[in-house]
Design a protein around this ligand. Structure first.
Ligand code: PLP
Length: 383
């Protein structure tokens, strides 16, 4: 008998992990599973980044680094953010972390506690809820699924949900699990509400570099009035195909970095030394490889949207990230169970993201495998 804390007991295990486990079980039995449940690029990390890591290792960059990150990386991040219109951030405003997830975790630990109100826009990435709950916060949720996953038409609902009691809103554009990019008008609406009710906003921009149709993503913190209210989150996992390297960061007012530095210093100490050196190379010399990966994702998006539409299934066309929400039965859990058990296609139920009636499809997979998935779903009458 162990006496577990309330803070872990109020959190559910990751729904995405449950699917991966099921897929792994089937594969262990020799079944070929088309895995559309994963949240990572199917590409290898670009070679120049690997070379930079190797060079750093050879040069003996193997010890602890300054807790908030090596100066060269923080400078490179500040330059990248300034290029995105976020010129309020200098190196002193940046915390380099082992993955964007850790950056978010530190922000929640630093800024929210028992009784605080956190607002999410559904469908929302699964870990926001878990992190808010671990911190003890209460959640309010605003649905965007009814509006094609756009925020602008959901602003009235957001205005009705937030109040002077609200402490934090999380915005994620391009978003996981839907790939929608929020309009400037939507972001301005968020700004007006944040100023009116004096709350902070986490802008999770981890998919900012992965967009289609020449869409540009505005950084929330670049809007007048949001400079000191925005906590900007990004990382290297998605844009540079570096999920396993664990490297991310947040940028925030200096006092937030200082306070979060206690959580950071007493938990992870610092991000991995030679990985930080590779991060500089990623930011400075990898534009071409990022563009090539984006082009591949865009082709696959076009392919899937067309394939679904030719079968009478209307999907909201994603403008970024590498996910789309496929409308399925109301009982999305049952649909996803059938998809994996009968068609051997792994997807994630929308209800895991707060939006039943959909399955999240990751198209970070080859066209051949996407075609195979469609054929199998069709053969099992799931499309
Ligand atoms: N934010 C969103 C919306 C994500 O989908 C993810 C990864 O799945 C992350 C943040 C964190 O990624 P990482 O910890 O690999 O940087």
């Amino acid at each position: 008998e162990y006496d577990f804390t309330d803070r872990v007991e109020r959190v559910s295990p990751s729904a995405t992990l449950a699917i991966s486990n099921k897929a792994a079980e089937l594969e262990a039995d020799g079944v070929d599973v088309v895995d559309l449940s994963v949240g990572e690029p199917d590409f290898d990390t670009p070679q120049n980044i690997k070379d930079a890591a190797e060079k750093a290792l050879e040069a003996g960059e193997t010890g602890y680094t300054p807790s908030s990150g090596i100066p060269g990386l923080k400078d490179a991040i500040a330059d990248k953010l300034a290029a995105d219109g976020l010129d309020q951030y200098g190196p002193e405003n940046i915390m380099v972390t082992p993955g964007g997830k850790q950056a978010l975790f530190e922000l929640f630990q630093t800024l929210t506690q028992e009784g605080d109100e956190v607002v999410l826009l559904d469908p929302a990435w699964v870990s926001y809820e878990a992190m808010a709950k671990i911190a003890g916060a209460d959640l309010e949720r605003v649905d965007t699924a009814a509006h094609d996953f756009q925020l602008e038409p959901a602003l009235d609902d957001l205005a009705e949900t937030v109040s002077d009691e609200t402490d934090l809103l999380v915005v994620n554009s391009p978003g996981n699990p839907h790939g929608a990019v929020y309009s400037d008008a939507a972001l301005e609406g968020v700004r007006d509400l944040a100023v009116e009710h004096d709350f902070l906003v986490i802008s999770d921009e981890i998919y900012k570099e992965i967009t289609y149709d020449d869409v540009e993503v505005t950084s929330l913190g670049a809007l007048d009035g949001m400079e000191d209210r925005t906590l900007t989150l990004n990382g290297f996992s998605k844009a540079y195909a570096m999920t396993g390297w664990r490297l991310g960061y947040f940028a925030a007012p200096e006092s937030v970095v200082d306070q979060a530095g206690k959580v950071h210093g007493h938990s992870v100490s610092c991000a991995t030394n030679f990985v930080q050196h590779a991060g500089i190379e990623a930011l400075e010399n990898t534009d071409e490889a990022v563009e090539e990966m984006c082009e591949a994702f865009e082709e696959r998006r076009d392919f899937l949207v067309e394939e679904f539409e030719s079968r009478g299934v209307e999907v909201s066309e994603p403008k970024g990230a590498f996910y789309m929400m496929l409308p399925v039965d109301d009982d999305d859990q049952a649909w996803c169970d059938a998809a994996i058990s009968d068609a051997h296609v792994a997807t994630v139920p929308g209800s895991a993201f707060g939006t039943p009636g959909y399955a999240r499809i990751s198209y970070a997979n080859s066209k051949e495998r996407l075609q195979e998935a469609i054929d199998r779903l069709e053969a099992e009458d799931l499309l």
